[in-house]
Design a binder for this molecule. Sequence first.
Ligand code: ZN
Length: 243
Amino acid sequence: MRALILSDIHANLEALEAVLADARRRGGFDTIWCLGDTVGYGPDPGPCLDLLQDHPLLIVAGNHDYAAAGRMGVEEFNDAAAAAARWTAGLLSPQHTAFLAGLPLTATSGQFTLVHGSLRAPLWEYLLEPESALGTLERLATPYCLVGHSHIPFICRENGGFPRFVEFTEEQVFPLGEERWIINPGGVGQPRDRDPRPSYAIYDSQEFSVERRRVTYEIAKTQAKMRRAGLPQRLIDRLDYGV
Ligand code: ZN
């Protein structure tokens, strides 16, 4: 079984399509595991939700998903994010709104737990440091945890009870072992590790490994749609830089 691990698609249809095509070309996948923030920021929330739902899908909620569905306010969001959340909310069909509002905070498949931010604060915590990794490991009931939210790829290994972050290098197969891991595949629709290319990961149950990959897409096409939609300029510009 091969699971395509995606996070933070952020309504970027061109990025999502490029990732799906790349994954299909390179060994394919049986299911999609999506770590939340499928909408918000980008111009195509509905088409992204439809495309995901064309596949076997396990998906959890991100802060942007609940905000767009009206399940949560936008007080905690910065101005650009709040404007994008309001724009998204106005565009979603009742079906998409209900789908997003009904997403769970966590989901489990076999040895993997899926969550957007962290197990300590599923919608909000940026898991980037040992202290927050410990907060998740304390609550983790499976060997492996998949997180998103920061849009920064990494692997965090529990080593002698202590979390150790290592680079989740591209195009390198990481065999899963005895230790518990927290894995972030990076962001699809709005990468923030100073590389504008969408990032994703593949889990292969037979090889018992994970691998991270990046793809290119036509950024200008997404940006033109955002401009037409009147989305904040700052959100348009950042796609060029991966920040
Ligand atoms: Zn996000």
